[in-house]
Design a protein around this ligand. Structure first.
Ligand code: PRP
Length: 220
């Protein structure tokens, strides 16, 4: 069978590795899309195929999920809204899965709150430069210097790399344990189901069925 025919036959899901994986697999399994084997720690196999229903599942790093979906390498993706906003890909966001709920915030030492009241030039450390730029430039009209980091963002104000950070706050314990506080709230986040626009047309019935199955277990 040619690659294109195979692509048409299967519905391929790109799921996010890490903290969202467990909850995503639980939601999909509840909806009857059993894909737990994709998280089988004893195997190095990257893709799991469910032959009866012609589903294929794989796990990818968060920021790569919208790329797989935009390019059509996956029909469907499950991704955090933070990643969807930051990556800004041409994909459809079709469903809020209501899992992985958290907030995107500006945080820092309490004294840094003063710096947000004026239009001063400040340094902002973040894993999300687009979200930070949109918020400060477009919404607050404040010119900021954005410093892109890849993790442990809370370190930046502590060691003097930045004045504030833009980061995800879930329980708030990372901030608390480091003497930092939420200074401003940017938006609420949760995991979303995203779809490739061509797949949405070509595999409409199958994708709608997946959305319905998930809506059923989400009580929507
Ligand atoms: C995220 C985020 C915060 C923390 C927030 O980091 O960047 O650091 O979780 O969670 P909390 O409010 O429950 O403390 P993550 O653990 O994903 O790792 P990272 O620091 O490498 O980005």
């Amino acid at each position: 069978m040619g690659k294109n025919q195979e692509d048409m036959e299967y519905l391929t899901f790109a799921l996010t590795k890490g903290r969202l994986a467990e909850k995503t697999l639980e939601a999909l399994s509840k909806a009857g899309l059993d894909c737990r084997e994709v998280l089988d720690g004893s195997s190095r196999k990257l893709i799991f195929t469910q032959e009866e229903n012609k589903y294929r599942f794989f796990l990818a790093k968060g920021p790569d999920v919208p790329t797989y979906v935009e390019q059509g390498a996956a029909d469907i993706g499950v991704s955090g809204r933070d990643i969807i906003m930051e990556e800004n890909r041409s994909i459809y966001e079709v469903l809020d899965l209501g899992i992985g709920k958290c907030r995107m915030c500006v945080a820092g030492f309490p004294e840094a709150g003063e710096l947000l009241k004026h239009h001063e030039m400040i340094r902002v450390a973040t894993k999300y430069p687009r979200i930070a730029r949109d918020y400060f430039h477009d919404k607050k009209h404040q010119t900021v210097d954005i410093i892109k980091l890849n993790g442990s963002i809370e370190l930046a104000p502590i060691v003097g790399l930045s004045d504030v950070i833009v980061d995800i706050v879930e329980t708030g314990s990372t901030l608390r344990e480091n003497g930092l506080v939420v200074l401003e709230e940017i938006c609420f986040l949760s995991a979303r189901m995203v779809v490739n626009p061509v797949s949405m047309r070509m595999k409409a019935a199958r994708i709608r069925k997946v959305i319905r199955l998930l809506q059923g277990v989400l009580g929507k």
